[in-house]
Design a binder for this molecule. Structure first.
Ligand code: GDP
Ligand code: MN
Length: 399
């Protein structure tokens, strides 16, 4: 689960990671109040207004703006709140900004140079270990650094038996080229960041940029946090940080009905039990000349309720020209599923697209009979080839 920058910074701060201080606001008036409240103990009176959306590259898209007085705070806040922010990560339609973070300007002049770094902690699935990935080239797209100057990206593997060791944190600071007070600060930063990552059951903490200020503080200017959804039951306070307005509405509805659903952009909706069968079904749709409109795993029990919820979600997609139900009756009996499909169909009323229902397994014959005698616009199939041919046929009829 992704959370906003301001929420990520709250979590970081609670683990002793220094962050760029800020206050979240959803109106220009609140933004002005926030700017007044921010205790400016740095060498700058400026504040920065940052759009809060679940996507990076906000700076490039005009979602990060400096303001040097309260008038400007109000002006920038008015501009940014309500804007449809387009960044390299949002897609061309952009994302609606409804919250901003009013934060201290931390790029003030001072005794030494400011310097931006990149530091992230994430799970390296190939190694089965957490790693700290870091680079001297902060502030810019890490993908670009990886492409053009891969030698400037470092990785530190953490042994799960002993956790992050002191020498590893010092190595990170050393490789980043910070010395003196900043070196100490960096060691502290990395240590606290790793602790935050581990204790929150996160799958990623990406801080870009990490800033060494001109007075040798080390702080998180940005925070991209991905919490492991499977561990959220252990963290109700983090679970409450979920912002469903940032998520695909169809996926939000599906998750409320306990369906594993991913929205795709094809024309054949599918309803399947088991992720493996769902993947195979998507292949079949492609072979039949269609494109899957979604990935949907209804799970172990395919009763009228789950089938109805699944129908309702799939039918929200205007691109759907046909629905393929492909369910294996291993634990669940096919005739039960068939009855579920019929009941759900009747409850919803007129379903505007043809449905192909392939039920195989226990009581497959009985299921086929139920479907065939239902009088509904549902084609039955037992063999996979039959189902695929039916998909091809109904798509051709509509072309
Ligand atoms: P992103 O573009 O979505 O990754 O958002 P960031 O939080 O990383 O901000 C983008 C850029 O804005 C940073 O790389 C900084 O260069 C700049 N920025 C952020 N905070 C400040 C600040 O306090 N002062 C100044 N001058 N620039 C800032
Ligand atoms: Mn950033």
């Amino acid at each position: 689960m992704n959370i906003h920058e301001y929420q990520g910074k709250q979590i970081l701060k609670s683990f002793g990671v220094n962050v760029q201080e800020g206050i979240v606001a959803d109106t220009p008036e609140q933004a002005v109040e926030a700017a007044k409240q921010l205790k400016i103990d740095y060498n700058s009176d400026w504040v920065v207004i940052k759009a809060q959306i679940h996507a990076g590259g906000r700076g490039k898209g005009g979602g990060v703006k400096l303001a040097k007085n309260l008038e400007e705070v109000k002006q920038r806040a008015t501009d940014i709140i309500g804007m449809q922010l387009v960044t390299p990560q949002t897609g061309p339609e952009g994302k609606l900004v409804s919250k901003i973070l009013v934060a201290q300007d931390v790029y003030y002049p001072g005794a030494s140079e400011t310097k931006e770094f990149y530091i992230s902690v994430l799970l390296d699935r190939a190694k089965g270990r957490n790693i700290i990935m870091y680079s001297t080239e902060g502030g810019m797209d890490i993908e670009e650094v990886a492409e053009h100057t891969p030698h400037l990206i470092f990785k530190e593997e953490i042994d799960p038996k002993v956790g992050l060791q002191g020498f590893q944190a010092r190595k990170v600071a050393f490789n980043l080229g910070v010395s003196g007070a900043a070196h100490k600060e960096m060691v502290k930063f990395v240590t606290a960041l790793y602790k935050a990552y581990e204790a929150t059951d996160s799958s990623m903490f990406e801080i870009n940029p990490v800033l060494k200020t001109s007075d040798d503080k080390v702080i998180a200017v940005d925070a991209k946090v991905n919490l492991d959804e499977n561990a959220l039951f252990r963290h109700p306070d983090y679970a409450a940080m979920r912002d469903v307005t940032e998520e695909d509405p169809m996926e939000v509805e599906a998750s409320a009905s306990n369906l594993n659903f991913v929205n795709l952009d094809g024309n054949v909706g599918c309803m399947v039990n088991g992720a493996g069968l769902a993947m195979a079904t998507m292949d079949i749709i492609k072979l039949a000349g269609g494109e899957p409109a979604n990935f949907l795993d209804v799970g172990g029990t395919a009763n009228a309720q789950t089938v109805k919820a699944a129908f309702n979600i799939i039918l929200k997609d205007p691109n759907v020209k046909a629905i393929l139900i492909n369910i294996f009756g291993g634990i669940v009996r096919c005739d039960r599923v068939a009855q579920g499909v019929i009941d759900a169909y009747k409850e919803i009323g007129n379903i505007p697209v043809p449905i192909i229902c392939r039920l195989q397994g226990t009581n497959a014959e009985e299921a086929k009979k139920l479907i065939d005698e239902s009088g509904l616009q549902v084609y039955s199939a037992i063999a996979l080839k039959e189902a695929a041919d039916l998909v091809t046929k109904v798509l051709a009829e509509q072309a």
